[in-house]
Design a protein around this ligand. Structure first.
Ligand SMILES: Cc1cc2nc3c(=O)[nH]c(=O)nc-3n(C[C@H](O)[C@H](O)[C@H](O)COP(=O)(O)OP(=O)(O)OC[C@H]3O[C@@H](n4cnc5c(N)ncnc54)[C@H](O)[C@@H]3O)c2cc1C
Length: 429
């Protein structure tokens, strides 16, 4: 059977890994990018030994599907876990809040609020299935249970900057999915997640899977039992190819540009884009050892500062300090169109509050954009979830919108890609 997979992210690679084991399958994977890895892909400067993700990435110790996949690939020993410090910027001060004890020491809220917050987090940690909570809005449940003070100081600023106008729509299952699998130890693949994607591509090529990079699928069309994919390469050269079965790994707003399907018009399948600024610095921005800094100050233009070299040694990157500034927004927001220079001009006054020497330490600022990076989990979202099957026979779909109540993650993309492969195997056998 001739199979086309659209997208070469981790979901696609995992699906191809399983489908390539079935005799008679001829698989071709298309991606607009030059490399595999999708949202978790990266790049490497000449003076670096390791590649580096365009957007911040780490794994959790609870990422079972990722660990299992790596074991099968013989790469498990290269996913290395270690503790990383998480803190919160509030009232001009950096407060470490990444354990029950550090939460108890957070004096910006009353002791009672700290206890209530800790109790709710402990409940969410032990609750095995968070979908049960989807009928509650996080913005109602959290102030009610943790207290108004905890909501106002710790959580509301994060909901504000992460979800914007959707802040009050997000359900409690989403919050559960952020808290429940989180572990103090974070995992990183030696050499970066792009290296992992490249290694998987090599293994898949050995298994006769074909990769067509720098090629965009412009349209998918079905006539009789055959699909035609209309393709365009970077030079604008157009071609078409035919397949028996097609798998899309694209989020609905992107998928809907290449085919008209009723399930892609579901109004609850919406999300935000991400705009990540990467700073290459001569010296650390966060000098207290914090890897992840939540920004809980009012009106700051980014939601988090992630100092990668407070987690992974800068010796892998020619001694440079690498810092991400994370931000989520609708692609219609005028800021989404801004260049790295324009964004840096907006961000500079805030960065100087963290380090007055920021400008002297800056080597380069880059910006990476992803049009769909943060699905919104509405109340009772499970009723609106997409399925692997589409309304067209032999056209299948697995994306970030299929992994609910989780919203994204390499681990979940792999789990979903492999489930889809099994689904396709059963349907076509
Ligand atoms: C800011 C940010 C931070 C994140 N942090 C983490 C983290 O810490 N840990 C973690 O595990 N995960 C994290 N993620 C999520 C993780 O990267 C994704 O969940 C995962 O990589 C999704 O994989 P996927 O295969 O489902 O889709 P994608 O990675 O989105 O792959 C889809 C692919 O399709 C391609 N494509 C799109 N349109 C076309 C077309 N028309 N023709 C051909 N190809 C096309 C794209 O180029 C892309 O490569 C983060 C994501 C973002 C944006």
């Amino acid at each position: 059977m001739k199979i086309a997979i659209i997208g070469a992210g981790f979901g696609s690679l995992a699906a191809a890994f399983d489908l390539s084991k079935i005799k008679g399958n001829q698989i071709e994977i298309f991606d607009t990018n030059e490399f595999a890895g999708g949202l978790a892909t990266g790049f490497k400067e000449d003076n670096w030994n390791w590649s580096f993700e365009e957007h911040y990435h780490h794994a959790f110790d609870t990422d079972k599907a990722l660990k299992q996949f790596l074991s099968e690939l013989g790469l498990r020993d290269q996913l290395v876990y270690k503790r990383a410090k998480s803190s919160t910027l509030y009232n001009g001060k950096i407060h470490q809040i990444d354990s029950p004890l550090s939460l108890l020491k957070f004096k910006e809220i009353s002791f009672l609020s700290r206890l209530r917050t800790g109790a709710v987090l402990a409940f969410l940690k032990i609750l095995p299935n968070g979908v049960l909570l989807e009928k509650f809005r996080a913005s109602k449940f959290l102030p009610l249970t943790m207290g108004q003070e905890s909501w106002r100081v710790i959580w509301e600023p994060l909901f504000d900057s992460k979800f914007g106008r959707f802040k009050n729509e997000v359900n409690l299952s989403w919050f559960w999915a952020r808290v429940n699998p989180r572990t103090a130890a974070l995992g990183y693949f030696n050499g970066g997640f792009k290296r992992l994607a490249d290694l998987i591509v090599k293994k898949l090529k050995d298994a006769e899977v074909k990769f067509s990079f720098s090629i965009k699928v412009e349209q998918v069309f079905k006539e009789g039992n055959r699909f035609t994919l209309f393709l365009v390469n970077r030079n604008g050269v157009r071609t078409s190819k035919q397949y028996d079965l097609v798998i899309s790994t694209l989020a609905s707003p992107v998928f809907s540009k290449i085919i008209d399907l009723p399930e892609l018009k579901q109004e609850k399948l919406v999300g935000l884009g991400a705009m990540t600024m990467l700073l290459r610095l001569r010296k650390k921005l966060l000098k207290d050892g914090t890897y992840w800094l939540n920004i809980n100050e009012k009106n700051w233009p980014f939601v988090a500062i992630v100092e990668h070299d407070n987690y992974i040694s800068s010796s892998n990157y020619g001694g440079e300090s690498l810092v991400y500034l994370g931000r989520y927004l609708e692609t219609s927001d005028p800021s989404y169109q801004k260049t790295a220079e324009e964004l840096l001009a907006d961000y500079r006054p805030y960065l100087k509050k963290i380090d007055p020497q920021f400008d002297q330490n800056l080597i380069e600022a880059k910006v990476f954009k992803a049009p769909f990076a943060q699905p919104i989990s509405f109340v009772n979202q499970s009723r609106f979830l997409p399925k692997f099957d589409t309304s067209i026979k032999n056209l299948y779909w697995a994306s970030m919108q299929h992994i609910y109540p989780f919203d994204r993650g390499i681990n979940h993309a792999i789990a979903s890609g492999r489930k889809l492969a099994e689904h396709v195997r059963i349907k076509t056998s």
